[in-house]
Design a protein. Structure first.
Length: 601
């Protein structure tokens, strides 16, 4: 899964995009000057944003005086960030005329405008997100950040790590205060969410130096990173001792305060699951749906698209049933795949080895379908123990632009009975290659694009590409095992069902149990997989709809190109036309592909 990203296509209607013409490739001095000035403007906007985001710098691989700090969690900071973005938009409009820009610069202008305007659409609802939940809460995100993002290559880096440990207390207190404020306004997750948050928090303060057990997650990480440094042993001991002190004096008390506040809120939390219960819930969900899908589809329309595609995929699954000789009903076939031991790995090592085999075979095949491949390597990791119980099934983290961190496919192996072997191939293609790693690494490596396009995101584009990549694997000759192909269809079915259950929960007022029942009836996924997914959709409203909506659009555009170009169609050129723009709303993607087709592909 990708990060929280808001997007809306309606905002683009007033800003037409010139796709291809002799005039578009302007080379006059004025155009070149405009291009240089616009690039400098975007670089300054990016620098201004990074100056306010120590964590953003770390994700980019930047280590400076802010390396030991956390982002400000206050609403005042959110307001200031929004106002800075709106001021930048006004400045851009005053300084630059899109009609005098090159095609690529005009697109950057339009996308920057779109980004600022979607922020304006989301701004009134900024305090409707849950501060702490099992998907996005800081109780697990801060330790994960230190473990996975905070690199230690010098003594000063280690000191910055210790400083961040000391800073966890104040930052967590700020988030606790914001959570309390939102709870007073009625913005609380359902009651069942709180045990996950509390359990995560308790896991972080378990082990040494908090008790007599083995080193805690954070102490073990700090110790490992410090011990790898080429510095005197006395300096290493001092750094680890300082980290232990920070864990005891800052981290533990703050996490204890978090646990107390979560227990207080749990006692008064609602039983209902959807955001329809908020005072502005209908408008909030409509905004999320438009933003994530970059369309003007209504919740009822999205719900129906889901139902239609569920029926389509069920039909394709029945064909596979015939292939493998299964004579029962589709639901009986689901039960067979869900429960038969042959479809589950015995060890984590076996699962990861199978992923490695599939990705190596895919890597060898990529040049036949892609002209542009990522330079950044891909690594596959199991989700860390302290957060695996509450974390999602799988997710991806982009590489650092300076090459200091690879792209990472995280797979949750907490319960192997939730990770059917039938889905392994499609999941690896989605999160790894040719899915998120290929797309997001290539995006990061588009050095001529402004930073907001290299490092930003549009969920329908990014997750649509991930789901498209699953089907592309079949076009490339993979899924030779019919059960694996059934797993691919199961993954697509899962995303079609998301359209049904997400709108069901947040628009049609379905309960968590009703949504679980729908997935149990209509998918082959195991019970634990189903309950965890519904729990995700409850606390992450709207986002799950982006996958299928984006994939359907990419497939539509590919079919249009294949029909129009005939034998001239080339996968590599088509994929370049999609990937080399970076993430864009689906309306812009359609315009670009139509322009590419018109130019002869």
């Amino acid at each position: 899964m990708a990060l929280r990203t808001l997007a809306t296509a309606l905002l683009l209607a007033a800003s037409p995009l010139v796709l291809a013409s002799p005039v578009a490739a302007q080379t006059a001095p004025a155009a070149r000057a405009n291009s240089a000035e616009l690039a400098a403007f975007f670089e300054q906007v990016d620098a201004d944003g990074l100056a306010q985001s120590p964590q953003g710098k770390a994700y980019r691989g930047i280590r400076d005086a802010d390396y030991g700090k956390w982002n400000d969690p206050s609403d005042a900071k959110a307001v200031a960030d929004f106002e800075r973005g709106q001021k930048a938009l006004a400045t851009m409009k005053a300084r630059f005329d899109p009609a005098k820009l090159s095609t690529e610069d005009a697109l950057s202008y339009r996308l920057f405008e779109y980004q600022a305007e979607r922020a304006a659409k989301a701004y009134p609802f900024r305090r409707n997100d849950y501060v702490f939940d099992q998907m996005n809460g800081a109780q697990s995100q801060m330790p994960a950040f230190l473990i996975n993002i905070h690199r230690v290559a010098s003594k000063s880096d280690a000191e910055a790590y210790v400083a961040r440990l000391q800073g966890i207390g104040p930052r967590l207190d700020g988030l606790i205060a914001e959570s309390r404020t939102r709870a007073e306004a009625g913005v609380m997750p359902p009651k069942w969410v709180y045990p996950f948050v509390i359990d995560d928090a308790r896991n972080v303060i378990k082990g040494a130096p908090f008790d007599g057990g083995a080193p805690s997650t954070l102490l073990a990480d700090l110790s490992k990173k410090v011990e790898a440094l080429d510095i005197p042993a006395a300096d290493k001991a001092a750094l680890i001792a300082a980290g232990s002190d920070a864990l005891l004096t800052s981290v533990k008390p703050a996490y204890q305060r978090l646990i107390a506040e979560m227990e207080r809120q749990q006692a008064i939390a609602p039983a209902e699951d959807g955001v329809w219960r908020f005072k502005d819930g209908a408008a909030y969900y409509a905004q999320l749906l438009a933003s994530y899908t970059t369309t003007d589809l209504t919740p009822d329309q999205v719900h129906q698209i889901g139902l239609d595609n569920v029926a389509r995929i069920h039909g394709q699954m029945r064909e596979i049933m015939k292939t493998v000789g299964f004579t029962g009903t589709l639901q009986e076939f689901f039960a067979f795949v869900r429960t038969d031991d042959r479809f589950y790995f015995k060890t984590r090592e076996d699962y990861l080895a199978a992923v490695d085999t599939k990705l190596k075979a895919m890597t060898a095949k990529l040049p036949e379908y892609f002209n542009t491949l990522p330079k950044a390597p891909l690594t596959v990791k199991a989700v860390e123990a302290f957060r695996e119980k509450s974390a999602g099934k799988a997710f991806y983290q982009s590489p650092a632009p300076d090459g200091s961190r690879p792209g990472t496919y995280y797979v949750n192996l907490y319960n192997l009975k939730d990770m059917a072997s039938t889905e392994l191939e499609a999941l690896a293609y989605h999160e790894g290659l040719p899915g998120h790693h290929l797309q997001r690494a290539v995006q990061t490596e588009l050095g001529d694009l402004p930073p907001f396009r290299r490092f930003g995101g549009v969920t329908a584009y990014t997750e649509g590409w991930g789901l498209y990549s699953e089907e592309l694997g079949k076009d490339m000759g993979f899924y030779q095992d019919p059960y694996s192909d059934f797993g691919r269809l199961g993954m697509e079915l899962w995303r079609a069902c998301r359209l049904v259950v997400d709108t069901g929960i947040h628009h049609k007022r379905w309960s968590r149990e009703q949504a679980i029942g729908y997935l149990t009836e209509n998918t082959p996924n195991p019970d634990g997989d189903i309950s965890k997914a519904i729990e995700r959709y409850v606390v992450y409203p709207g986002q799950a709809n982006a996958y299928m909506i984006g994939k359907l659009k990419i497939m539509e555009l590919r079919e249009r190109a294949q029909k129009a170009l005939g034998p001239k169609f080339q996968y590599g050129r088509f994929h370049d036309a999609i990937l080399k723009s970076g993430p864009v709303p689906l309306t812009v993607l359609e315009e670009r592909i139509d322009g590419w087709i018109a130019s002869g592909g």
